[in-house]
Design a protein around this ligand. Sequence first.
Ligand SMILES: *[C@@H]1O[C@H](CO)[C@@H](O)[C@H](O)[C@H]1NC(C)=O
Ligand SMILES: *[C@@H]1O[C@H](CO)[C@@H](O)[C@H](O)[C@H]1NC(C)=O
Ligand SMILES: *[C@@H]1O[C@H](CO)[C@@H](O)[C@H](O)[C@H]1NC(C)=O
Ligand SMILES: *[C@@H]1O[C@H](CO)[C@@H](O)[C@H](O)[C@H]1NC(C)=O
Ligand SMILES: *[C@@H]1O[C@H](CO)[C@@H](O)[C@H](O)[C@H]1NC(C)=O
Ligand SMILES: *[C@@H]1O[C@H](CO)[C@@H](O)[C@H](O)[C@H]1NC(C)=O
Ligand SMILES: *[C@@H]1O[C@H](CO)[C@@H](O)[C@H](O)[C@H]1NC(C)=O
Ligand SMILES: *[C@@H]1O[C@H](CO)[C@@H](O)[C@H](O)[C@H]1NC(C)=O
Ligand SMILES: [Fe+2]
Length: 575
Amino acid sequence: MRWIIILLSSFIAFAATGKHFNGNGPFRKPHRIDDHPEDACRHPPHVSSSISETVATLNVSTTIYSTNEQITITWTSVSTVCHDDFIAIYFAEIPLTAACDYYDYEVVNKTQGSMSWQMINLRRPLEFRYYSRDHTCLGNYTFLAKSPVIQPRNYNEPTHIHLAYSDRIDQMFVSYLTNSSQYIPQCQYGLNPSSLNFRQNGTTTTYTASDMCEGKANTWGSRAFIDPGYMHTILLENLHPSTTYYYRVGTDEHGWSPINSFTNRPADKNEAVYMIAYGDMSLAPLAPGSQSTTDRVIARVQSTNVTCVLHLGDLSYAMGIAVQWDGFMNQIQPIAAHVPYMAAIGNHEYDHVLGGEKDPSGASGPGGFRPAWGDYLYDSRGECAIPMVHRFHSPSNGNSLFWYSFDVGPIHIIHFSTEHDFRRSSIQYAWLEQDLRSVNRSRTPWLIVGSHRPMYASIRDDSKDFDFIALMLQFHLEPLFYRYHVDVNLFAHRHSYDRTCPMYQRKCVSDGVTHVLIGMAGQDIDTGEYTGAEWSMYHDEVYGYCQLWANQTYLHFTYRHNIDDNIADQFVLQK
Ligand SMILES: *[C@@H]1O[C@H](CO)[C@@H](O)[C@H](O)[C@H]1NC(C)=O
Ligand SMILES: *[C@@H]1O[C@H](CO)[C@@H](O)[C@H](O)[C@H]1NC(C)=O
Ligand SMILES: *[C@@H]1O[C@H](CO)[C@@H](O)[C@H](O)[C@H]1NC(C)=O
Ligand SMILES: *[C@@H]1O[C@H](CO)[C@@H](O)[C@H](O)[C@H]1NC(C)=O
Ligand SMILES: *[C@@H]1O[C@H](CO)[C@@H](O)[C@H](O)[C@H]1NC(C)=O
Ligand SMILES: *[C@@H]1O[C@H](CO)[C@@H](O)[C@H](O)[C@H]1NC(C)=O
Ligand SMILES: *[C@@H]1O[C@H](CO)[C@@H](O)[C@H](O)[C@H]1NC(C)=O
Ligand SMILES: *[C@@H]1O[C@H](CO)[C@@H](O)[C@H](O)[C@H]1NC(C)=O
Ligand SMILES: [Fe+2]
């Protein structure tokens, strides 16, 4: 009976996450899930190769673009516009018969004669095409018109620029992406935007479909794997604490990014720090709250000295659709090029069933940690963290991005993985215990742990009868966190906000751990039934983001709704 419940709940969870299986593109086109041509393309499409109608060519406002530039397409309306006519963007090399091999599309309506596209650099020649269904709008898709080929102004434009902490306080990772591995990536930086007189060289990496574990991630296609470009990373060193640096990345041969700036973290526990935290943001506008969170956080990092951002898993929700990573990295660049972006691993980056020998975390078995009591499924669609570990960086004191820790002023932060074995017998547990033991609480009075899946949530999960993973986290890790006086435990995965009293084993206690579920940053908000748990101090199901301000004696946590940027919940901890 127990097995049937687990199997059934697994199936339901799979079906629920399968909602985005077909995926939308990264060009910011809002789609409904029942949109055409999604429906037509979900079933094997038939495309007539004959061009049965003539439409004027699609005119474009420019054939050369930079990232985030708008291209306006204009055309003369056709005599019959079907309800699911669409204009979509393709690699120019894709055959005209492959109507459904687009990266993104917009449905065309009767009165329309133009539309606008916000571009991202996919490092290949692209074109727009107009498809319509023949035979009174019920038949196969027919190719009607295409635009001239459009190209990025610079195929090697530095894109996806982002920062991360490394092992030492004087270090900072600066990462970006281009289409080339031909030259050594460089960072020019300095204390003044007009004199970037320090230089540092970096390294380059990439990955291909066969580097990933299984399934869709292993498959080439417009809505599966495409060449992701080359990821460049430069490790800056000898940086002063609490100091603002200006920098740009690139090469003389391929061109340079605009100048960005960052402020290094303080070395001194007497300095206050200010962090932003959330999980499950995903890509806009596919995820309804993603753009509003991004906009609010961009405004914060521009107006305030934000020390760093914590993203507690489920980043792009690419799930094997490579271009979703391009869209996501472009979306977070205004945040992450300015403030270190410290990511933790989520099920949508990691969970897989097969291909374990390629799993960069070194977990044993074909699908890593898959105990019968957990709903560890196929949520990365085979990516098994390969796109994630090639893009994001972290200190190396644990196991890559899977578990690591770092200090930010008076706070020691540990990111760990709920997607890996965390039981008492595990290597992750041993690492957690030694890291917790080594924290010097006079150096870092505050101790925060962050991971992806909840240890506690006061909203019922409609997709399962029982959250065994939460119970196991309570059984194996809660005593450890309590023993080492962890102040705050942050997690996401459920798409809502939920804050507990300081607690231990389901009871509010004065020396307990405060748990905060912060999975409300973008992906479809959850609508579970509230259980009324006595330890739940505040919960809601609204898009928002969290801020955490701390000096050595005082920690102020706030949760703001995106809609008005007002504080919906807050708490203070004091030493
Ligand atoms: C498209 O461009 C061509 C050539 O410049 C022009 O003749 C035509 O009128 C344009 N069509 C539209 C719909 O703008
Ligand atoms: C058709 O497109 C035009 C121009 O984009 C837009 O203003 C209008 O609201 C659309 N109409 C419908 C019914 O979607
Ligand atoms: C659609 O295309 C398929 C394959 O080419 C063909 O067999 C079928 O007859 C076409 N249907 C219509 C309505 O044109
Ligand atoms: C972009 O990279 C691909 C793969 O490395 C290469 O084949 C292509 O020629 C490059 N494009 C340009 C314009 O350099
Ligand atoms: C970086 O690489 C360039 C090109 O190989 C080289 O000329 C330069 O000396 C290197 N700079 C540093 C700081 O290593
Ligand atoms: C941020 O910090 C810098 C350097 O410490 C300071 O000059 C600046 O006023 C601060 N900005 C804000 C918005 O607090
Ligand atoms: C802990 O940190 C304090 C303050 O920085 C320092 O004085 C002390 O020596 C450290 N203790 C250990 C065991 O390293
Ligand atoms: C920490 O911040 C609180 C609240 O602003 C303030 O009352 C307290 O004096 C500060 N403590 C230190 C050590 O700066
Ligand atoms: Fe998740």
